[in-house]
Design a protein around this ligand. Structure first.
Ligand code: PRP
Ligand code: HPA
Ligand code: MG
Length: 180
């Protein structure tokens, strides 16, 4: 699996440091509040578990499963809701935890959905932001790293449902997806 990686962008240690930094920012923002932290499956699985443990504030956690890439390197353009949260978020402070914001479609879908349900506030923490990929307006409040316009995998991020279990984030060799 490691042989399929062209270069490592962020090591396990750099990701851990980013989680600690973001955890401190989030703790300050939500001091005295109890936000509902919503992890976006499947990509944000590891980031979500690391980030909530770096936060020193009361939080409730929940998960939503949405999908639009279906194993490919380009968005299908349609965000499908696979599994919803269980929490009633009306009047609540919601923190969305994403692995990556690329075209912005997934994040915009989630922000619109939670706004329609009457959330009191909606903020976004993403490990990776890829501004060059943006097709719809969607901004994050807490950002780990700004990434170049390359397809990245690892630490939850997949290509064809693989590579999520890499402990670091890297760029896949182009022949892996062009030879398919
Ligand atoms: O800004 P966008 O272009 O919408 O891309 C970002 C979204 O795409 C990926 O999810 P994907 O649909 O691949 O589902 P997955 O998390 O289960 O891999 C990623 O985990 C983000 O949720
Ligand atoms: O660069 C990416 N890698 C993996 N999944 C993704 N979903 C959106 N962008 C990406
Ligand atoms: Mg994916």
């Amino acid at each position: 699996m490691n042989n399929d990686i062209l270069k490592v962008l962020y090591s396990k240690e750099e990701i851990e440091e980013a989680c600690q930094r973001l955890g401190k920012e989030i703790s300050k923002t939500y001091a005295g509040k109890t936000p509902v932290v919503v992890g976006v499956l499947k990509g944000a699985i590891f980031f979500m578990t690391d980030i909530v443990r770096a936060v020193d504030a009361y939080v409730q956690i929940d998960f939503i499963d949405v999908s639009s890439y279906h194993g490919a390197t380009e968005s299908s353009g349609t965000v499908e809701l696979m599994q919803d949260i269980n929490t009633d978020i009306k009047g609540r402070d919601v923190l969305i935890v994403e692995d990556i914001v690329d075209t912005g479609r997934t994040l915009k879908f989630l922000q619109d959905t939670f706004a329609d349900r009457g959330a009191n506030s909606i903020k976004v923490c993403t490990l990776l932001d890829k501004p060059a990929g943006r097709e719809v307006h969607a901004e994050s409040d807490f950002i780990g790293f700004k990434v170049p316009n390359e397809f990245v995998v690892g630490y939850g991020l997949d290509y064809d449902e693989k590579y999520r279990n890499l402990p670091y984030i890297g760029v896949l060799k182009p022949e892996i997806y062009t030879n398919k």
